[in-house]
Design a protein around this ligand. Structure first.
Ligand code: ADP
Ligand code: MG
Length: 678
């Protein structure tokens, strides 16, 4: 019944039907679940309590015959005088010519609109005949398309509620509804559209927020289960002795968070299911170390591994460090876009012959020409920079490889469980012992000279510094110019006694590599750079990070940049140069100076920017919820996730009679399962 065409609803004619179709409403159910985007409360107040420009509701008697005048094309103005207590108020209504017929001298009306205190005038946006008592106190406001009238929509929704409420199945199992004190579905639905009181509306919303999150989480968890069960993984039989020897050869002891994450990863590898895991950890928490051990495990199991990273600089760094780590144990090669010709062919050949155990590179790794003989394990670093496409083509390579995604951008838990609900997640939430938190200062632009002397002081003590100039999104050219200008400026100040280097995205790879190398071996003391050094770069002797125009960066990015220092034993400093105009900018600077904890920071960032902006608009991949808000309602989101996990893991969704309606709803919804199975 609910799946019937919207045209079955009383009051929906052909014209309205096509208008509603345009709003994406096709079935009775669509209409019933088209929720208001906000609610207005109209409380009549005495004129003496109103403030200028406030949106107000007043009640009075029409004491002049409403006068209608037309102007321009199709524009009209209706004016009349309203007697409100002892005051004569002028009421103006634009483009509501039809109201002329409805309003007459002597009528009592309640009008809502913008109040002009000086002129005792109200610009009416809504009106209702009669006293305010007769009016619903809470008015739903729907998103409308041109041509659809709010009152018409309300009327047809009312008709739908009257005729179809009885058909609305209550999909939540009783025990859950009871436990969370949620109103039943059809009652809640009525309250969403025609709230009787604020409190009842609140409970109705609570119900739909939970329901929406639960359905979403069920979808993700089913998907996760599907991934696990339908894909036959490899069941990597790694060599425990070799692995232990390798771990013992590392110059440090793993933190317990690293050990835990590693165990989770190895467990996935052993199992016959394919790994689909996200490894999260703050900058410098030791993710790469864990990933390297896992890579090695795969090698001892007789497979090839691949490490995919977002930039060439990073690829080179990883290549060098893995090569060193695996000296005498495994053969590592590098493949990036700039490796061409004969050398490229040789590498490809060697990969195909399995003469190479580990291939490190950028996107180049997932191009068709790269053929692995025996790919067993793939690590994708900085996962959020890779789109769905790349993920998929990666999965399609080789035998169902185990896939580990790594990200150094701590993702707020709320987003992680939502955006990556179909993955398993390991979190390294502990820093290696002995790390000193980076001291962070926010300094106004006029203090630049003092910052420069500070850099000199640190360099005199044998340390090095990064100086970051901001990226100007609109123009690559300006960007580079910016970096060059700053480089010239700083060279003039510091050289020749102190050497300054320049790094930006337009340099040739050999140049980049040579600059990075010079900085790594302390030949260059200061590295002026764009944000290309943002990820992964590791030079422990650098103790100063200066960021120009810091207000232009988001919190997560600032934190990433800060993560380039504080990697050695010495105290490090991050100096944010900036004159933020707005409150958000100032707030960001403040938060940076107050915490070094990436997870806390990302939660704050989320609050400042909202979930849509967190990953960048394009590839956010975040679901849009109708009623719930991932940030605001995160507790409901967590509860829903727990409940969904239990239903799937303990098979109650499938087997328990009480969950029958929910199960039917989940499985019958094509969208629900379709759009994530990319
Ligand atoms: P991430 O990839 O999370 O940024 P890395 O794995 O690159 O972190 O580690 C950062 C630095 O810390 C590296 O120099 C690494 O050798 C070192 N490191 C990693 N794990 C530990 C540990 N358990 N104890 C001490 N140092 C560690
Ligand atoms: Mg790393």
């Amino acid at each position: 019944m609910l799946q019937q065409s919207i045209s079955e609803v009383k009051g929906v004619g052909d014209k309205l039907q096509s208008q509603l179709n345009e709003l994406g409403l096709f079935t009775v159910e669509d209409l019933l679940f088209y929720f208001p985007h906000r609610y207005d409360t109209y409380e009549v107040k005495p004129l003496t309590e109103l403030t200028h420009n406030e949106k107000a509701t007043i009640e009075g008697e029409i004491v002049s015959e409403p006068a209608l005048s037309f102007y321009g094309r199709k524009k009209s103005r209706l004016t009349f005088t309203l007697q409100v207590d002892q005051f004569a108020v002028k009421a103006v209504m634009f483009n509501r010519a039809f109201a002329k017929k409805q309003l007459n001298q002597g009528d009592t009306v309640t009008v809502t609109g913008k109040w002009d205190q000086q002129r005792l005038q109200i610009t009416v946006s809504q009106f209702k005949k009669g006293e305010s008592k007769s009016q619903e106190p809470i008015q739903p406001v729907y998103t409308l398309k041109e041509g659809v009238n709010l009152n018409t929509l309300r009327k047809v929704i009312k008709n739908a509620l009257d005729d179809y409420s009885a058909d609305i199945p209550d999909i939540l199992p009783e025990d859950l509804a009871l436990a969370y004190k949620l109103p039943d579905r059809s009652q809640a639905l009525n309250q969403m559209h025609y709230p009787e009181t604020r409190v009842m509306l609140k409970h109705a919303k609570r119900r739909f927020i939970y329901e929406e999150f639960l359905l979403f989480q069920l979808k993700m968890q089913l998907l996760r289960k599907h991934n696990r069960e339908s894909t036959t993984g490899i069941g990597q039989m790694y060599d425990n002795d070799q692995l232990t020897a390798f771990v013992q050869s590392l110059p440090f002891e793993l933190t317990s968070a690293q050990k835990r994450s590693l165990a989770e990863i190895l467990n996935d590898m052993k199992s016959p299911h394919r790994m689909n895991r996200l490894l999260q950890g703050d900058v410098g928490s030791g993710k790469t170390a864990v990933a390297a051990i896992a890579l090695y495990a795969s090698i001892t199991a007789g497979h090839q591994g691949a490490l995919m990273v977002p930039t060439e600089i990073l690829a080179e760094q990883h290549y060098h460090s893995l090569k060193e780590m695996f000296e005498g144990r495994a053969k590592v090669a590098l493949l990036t876009g700039s490796i061409k010709g004969k050398r490229r062919r040789e590498i490809l050949e060697a990969v195909e012959q399995e003469e190479i155990d580990i291939l490190v590179g950028t996107h180049a790794l997932i191009q068709d020409e790269v053929v692995f003989k025996n790919l067993g394990f793939v690590i994708v670093d900085e996962q959020h920079r890779f789109g769905v496409e790349q993920r998929r083509s990666l999965r399609d390579k080789g035998l169902s490889p185990d896939v580990l995604f790594m990200t150094a951008t701590p993702i707020p838990r709320t987003l992680a469980i939502t955006a990556f609900g179909d993955m398993d997640v390991s979190v390294i939430d502990e820093m290696p012992a002995g790390r000193k938190p980076v001291d962070t200062y926010w300094v106004k632009g006029e203090m630049t000279n003092r910052v420069l002397s500070f850099i000199q002081k640190e360099i005199d003590q044998g340390h090095q510094a990064y100086v970051i100039c901001p990226l100007i999104e609109e123009s690559d050219q300006l960007d580079i110019q910016n970096a060059i200008d700053l480089y010239d400026q700083l060279s003039a100040v510091f050289e020749p006694s102190t050497s300054v280097g320049l790094m930006h995205g337009r340099l040739h790879n050999e140049e980049k590599e040579s600059v990075m190398q010079q900085f790594a071996v302390n030949e260059l003391k200061i590295l002026v750079s764009t944000t290309v050094v943002e990820v992964g770069v590791n030079v422990p002797n650098a103790t100063v990070m200066v960021i120009y125009d810091a207000q232009r960066f988001g919190l997560s990015q600032l934190h990433q940049l800060r993560g380039r220092v504080g990697r050695g034993a010495d105290q490090s400093y991050c100096i944010l140069l900036g004159d933020p105009k707005g409150d958000v900018g100032k707030e960001r600077m403040r938060i940076m100076t107050e915490t070094n904890d990436g997870f806390e920071l990302s939660e704050q960032d989320l609050k400042l920017r909202g979930p849509g902006d967190f990953f960048g608009k394009k590839q956010s991949g975040l679901p849009e919820f109708k009623v719930g808000d991932m940030v605001h309602d995160y507790r409901a989101l967590e509860t829903a996730r727990k409940d969904a996990a239990e239903m799937i893991m303990e098979n109650t969704l499938d087997n328990d009679q009480r969950y029958k309606a929910l199960k039917e709803h989940v499985y019958s919804d094509q969208h629900l399962l379709g759009n994530v199975l990319d």
